[in-house]
Design a protein around this ligand. Structure first.
Ligand SMILES: [Zn+2]
Length: 52
């Protein structure tokens, strides 16, 4: 429980958090994934932000 953090992937254009998931705390690198944003209606590189 303590080792889990919830992260979100934030669109760089509209700052909307389109994707949420939990992961272990050990990984230090930041995720950056090319995901579709329904707000911008296009693909953009969403960056990881903390959600909790
Ligand atoms: Zn967007």
């Amino acid at each position: 429980m303590a080792e889990r953090i919830v992260i979100a992937l934030e669109c760089p254009g509209c700052k909307r958090r389109n994707y949420h998931f939990a992961r272990g705390k050990k990984k230090e690198y930041k995720l950056a994934l090319n995901k579709f944003c329904s707000q911008c209606r296009k693909y953009a590189v969403h960056k990881e932000v903390k959600a909790n």
